[in-house]
Design a protein around this ligand. Structure first.
Ligand code: NDP
Length: 296
């Protein structure tokens, strides 16, 4: 069994990004900038934001977090986003979810300039993903494809089953996997809580992607022998973090599997950094082009 080490792969991606940034800075360019908006006191969000801040600083991304109280209004969050939209030193804006209950995430996500939407959740970027046009892609699905690519595991022509249809993981992942790209081109089935005979669908998969949020739900009897299992689930249990896959029961049954923790989680953060660097490169080359046009 091949253990797909997301932690080590994410570290490699981060070192690559660090070099790109250092080279640009030594050539006189400003560093990439990421703005994070954190509203409320959700303890898990506090940890996620700290991890993202640490990861950004490590590669040379300037990060600025706007911490807002639980009582903040929707209009205040939108104003905060808009200030970051206007800032020329900020290339990426991330609104940490979940937001306090009285704030609509859809309104906040719509307020982000799509060119700075490093989570890839804005409808414009979701539309571009669906149409196969260039744009910022959601971090978790992108991290999954990148991990497969780095291990040379292509789902091309294979049967891929995605379980979970959320807008941030399952749905965009299913779209990406069906794209005519080297590490995609799969025949995709998207399952959810209304799927009849889920076990039967899962057993058809050469590549099985799990994103439901149910601890150790997928056991060997639901998984084809020799398949590749990508476990996106992160579940807190009294015994610690675990995925949606029954890792112990699957590890001698499958050909490759991601661990939890240390699988898709670190890849997701690495793709946030990559999206920020991509947005920075896109914006600084656009402004360089504008300057050249003005001076010529
Ligand atoms: P959601 O709760 O938004 O979606 C869960 C999906 O699973 C839904 O589509 C739901 O179906 C489906 N589902 C639930 N129960 C079943 C069932 N018994 N059989 C089949 N399908 C089922 O979750 P997210 O997509 O946001 O997250 C999923 C998991 O991934 C969570 O554990 C989350 O913590 C983790 N996660 C990990 C990330 C990472 O970086 N590794 C990033 C984001 C999430 P229906 O639509 O019908 O309700």
């Amino acid at each position: 069994m091949l253990l797909l080490d997301g932690k080590a792969t994410a570290q490699t991606v981060r070192e690559e990004l660090k070099k790109i940034i250092a080279t640009a800075i030594s050539a006189g360019r400003r560093p990439p900038g990421l703005a994070v908006i954190l509203a409320g006191e959700d303890p898990a969000s506090q940890v996620y934001v700290r991890n993202k801040e640490f990861a950004c600083t490590h590669v040379g991304i300037y990060v600025e977090t706007c911490r807002l109280p639980e009582s903040v209004t929707e209009a205040e969050v939108v104003r905060c986003i808009d200030r970051f939209n206007q800032r020329s030193d900020i290339d990426g804006i991330l609104v940490q979810l979940p937001l306090p209950k009285h704030i609509r995430p859809s309104i906040c996500l719509l307020a982000i300039d799509p060119a700075k939407d490093v989570d890839g959740f804005h409808p414009e970027n979701a539309g571009k993903l669906t149409l196969g046009l260039p744009g910022l892609r959601p971090c978790t699905p992108q991290g999954i494809i990148e991990l497969l690519r780095r291990y040379g595991l292509s789902p091309r022509g294979k049967k891929a089953v995605v379980v979970g249809r959320s807008n941030i993981v399952g749905k965009p992942l299913a779209i990406l996997l069906a794209e005519p790209l080297e590490y995609a081109n799969a025949t995709v089935t998207l399952c959810h809580s209304e799927t009849c005979n889920l076990a039967n669908e899962c057993r058809q998969a050469d590549f099985l992607f799990l994103a439901v949020g149910k601890p150790r739900f997928f056991t060997a009897s639901m998984v084809r022998e020799g398949s590749v299992v990508i476990d996106v689930g992160i579940n807190r249990t009294p015994a610690g973090l675990c995925g949606d896959a029954d890792f112990e029961g699957l590890k001698d049954h499958v050909s490759a599997i991601t661990p939890v923790p240390g699988g898709i989680g670190p890849m997701t953060v690495a793709m946030l950094l990559k999206n920020t660097v991509d947005a920075w490169q896109g914006r600084t080359s656009a402004s360089l082009k504008k300057e050249t046009e003005i001076s010529s």
